[in-house]
Design a protein around this ligand. Structure first.
Ligand code: SF4
Length: 368
């Protein structure tokens, strides 16, 4: 009988690795390292809490992704959030309020969640929610922002609350970035980075890796330029071809291997920086870690989804607790039927299996 993959120890090791990398990256920065030492203790306590819950037969993930708004000022080509209409130019409808996100953050903290990634749309459009996140120092909130609203007010908030870590989206140099994100966006990102660097605030970048930029964004030139600007974290997000005509931007197996080698080389050459790949090595995690295994996604209206790339939900955290959401029929189906561990083409198993998920949702989970 094949031994069940121990996802909780895998997550605890993953969090420990991120924390030790962060302590190394912030060693020369007294304010950041003071916060990281405090967080290191809180994350160990959280890991013990999750392990205890696991032993009692209930699983709690270490990470959550929260899309706190459906609004955005940019129209990036191939934006998965706009393609799935999770982001649109229409006035936001039925968004969770600051108070409702405060309840979600409190419950996550009590359960032993250590990281909540704030996304959107453009999350800096929700000052009220980010203020609530600032009040939860036991958890780190990487804020995935397009960087165009990173002005004085936010610099002060990030300076004061080091559990908020801005992660700025960039595609490469000016040409790559502006061609996807719009004229002039690159210059705004660079000025945002210098504002963060002047205040010694830990920040990172998120790079959507495609067949077009994989060589550029893993090159020493690109990474040196980021390091000089004070960047300490690089998150590579493999492009998921949300539209038929963008399939050629998806990484081939060779390019995926090139990205993996590039990340290894980068860790060797840029010891002061942290490198994370998403979805990264699924074989090492016993399959995809979505649907509550390692994390799950809460959309701006409170829907609990397996992942931002799988925008389906059968429960809403407005009416249920996070604990109940993790036990949703959809999540249980994906985990217990090993759909997350299925072999698949491309970077995202749930994107490849979207018809199956839609069918199960429509028919009330006959497979469950
Ligand atoms: S900034 Fe993000 S949410 Fe906005 S259009 Fe670009 S990729 Fe989409």
């Amino acid at each position: 009988m094949e031994e069940k993959f121990d996802i909780q120890s895998y997550l605890a090791k993953g969090v420990e690795q991120i924390v030790s990398d962060a302590l190394r990256a912030t060693m020369k920065n007294p304010r950041e390292s003071a916060y990281m030492l405090r967080f290191s203790a809180a994350s160990r306590k959280a890991s013990r809490k999750r392990a205890k819950t696991e032993a009692a037969g209930e699983h709690v993930p270490a990470f959550l992704i929260a899309s706190i708004t459906s609004s955005c000022n940019l129209h990036c080509s191939g934006c998965y959030s706009r393609c799935s209409e999770a982001t649109s130019d229409k006035a936001p409808v039925d968004q969770l309020s600051g108070e409702e996100w405060k309840k979600v953050f409190k419950e996550a903290d009590d359960m032993g969640v250590s990281f909540i990634l704030l996304a959107g749309g453009e999350p800096l459009l929700r000052w009220d929610v980010i203020e609530e996140a600032a009040k939860r120092p036991n958890m780190i909130f990487p804020v995935f922002t397009n960087g165009t609203f990173l002005g004085e007010k936010y610099l002060e908030l990030f300076d004061e609350h080091r559990n908020l870590i801005p992660v700025i989206s960039i595609e490469g140099d000016r040409d790559e970035t502006d061609s996807r994100r719009g004229e002039g966006v690159y210059d705004k990102l660079i000025s945002a980075m210098s504002g963060l660097q002047e205040r010694d605030i830990l920040f990172g970048v998120s790079v959507t890796v495609t067949s077009e930029n994989v060589r550029k964004v893993t090159s020493d030139d690109f990474l040196s330029s980021l390091s000089e600007k004070g960047c300490k974290l690089v998150i590579y997000v493999e492009y998921v071809p949300v539209t038929k005509d963008s399939r050629d931007l998806a990484l081939s197996d060779e390019e995926r291997a090139y990205l993996a080698d590039g990340a290894v080389r980068a860790r060797e050459n840029f010891g002061e920086m942290i490198f994370v790949s998403f979805p990264g090595d699924e074989k090492g995690s016993g399959g995809c870690i979505a649907a509550g295994r390692g994390f799950f996604h809460i959309n701006s209206r409170g829907g609990a989804e397996p992942c931002p790339f799988s925008p389906y939900s059968d429960v809403n955290v407005r009416d249920t607790s996070l604990r109940e959401a993790i036990r949703s029929k959809l999540f249980a189906l994906l985990r217990d039927k090993d759909i997350l561990a299925d072999d698949h083409v491309g970077g995202c198993v749930l994107f490849e299996k979207r018809e199956l998920v839609e069918e199960q949702l429509a028919k009330g989970f006959p497979l469950a």
